[in-house]
Design a protein around this ligand. Sequence first.
Ligand SMILES: [Zn+2]
Length: 330
Amino acid sequence: MTEFAVAIDLGGTNIKAALVDRQGASFAPYLAPTGEDLSPAAVIERLAQVVELLRTRAVEQGNAKMIGVGLGCPGGVYPNRAVVSQSPNFPGWHDVNLRDPLEARLGLPVLLENDANVAALAEFQLGVGQGVDSMVLLTLGTGIGGGLILNGRIWQGAWGMAGEIGHITVEPDGPRCGCGNRGCLEALASGPALVRQAREGISRGEGHTLIRLIGGDINAITPQKIYEAALLDEELSVRLLNNSAKYIGIVIASVLNLLNIPLFAIGGGISAAFDLLGPQIRAEVRRRAYRVPAENVRIERAALGNDAGTLGAGLLVHQEFGGGTRRSET
Ligand SMILES: [Zn+2]
């Protein structure tokens, strides 16, 4: 008998899903648009359909037992892994209970968790986290997400919103962040922040290589193009990525001094530039953190890519309903 979790990564654009077994192998991957109607009732209906579809596929595999549904979603989940308190991808949602209606409809236990938290759990069990007890995952993309694993488990914090490493202040009077604060790491080192800084540089007459790479279209600037220009040693793009690495290093040094976490993994789209960012981040951490942790901490690129969220949602179900952490058996 193989125990499966239905694992779902709920995004504002797509629903990604798969069956995940106890060892973290995934089957029957499924991708569908989240839909035009983002009301809670419509999303619950869509999620229920996805679970039913995957349940059918599990039955087709034969000898399968479904143990629950894991649902990773952007934003805060509080309390009891049942309620989305707020989400950047579902702006009208306030305290939406996804768990209870899904459980009633499906007859299966359902767990909600923040998407970066479940991605961190996947990296911990299947990716770069093998061999450590605790780690932090930073996801660098449109936003900067974070997940914190302490002694093998997701640290949710008292209100379910722990791990928001992107909203640590690095410049007290810095640019306004989407969260309402000023000078958050996300406001200075996310993809949109890099693009904004590149435009500012170009308006000052810098960035000739970048301008060439984007064919002169300032709306075509992406973090990837900035990275490509930096690989060609363009001053502006190198400086922007170095600044970004400096801010990330400041945050890691602070978290490192606070918790002595042995591994920081960097994921998300901008981690494609890790060959340039990594050495600068490590140098900044050595400049700022205590010597022993700074010399021993691992700062590495995450290993699992875009599947981490789905895998982690499944692994969480196995951890909670399947009899504990199984990493030692994998
Ligand atoms: Zn913020």
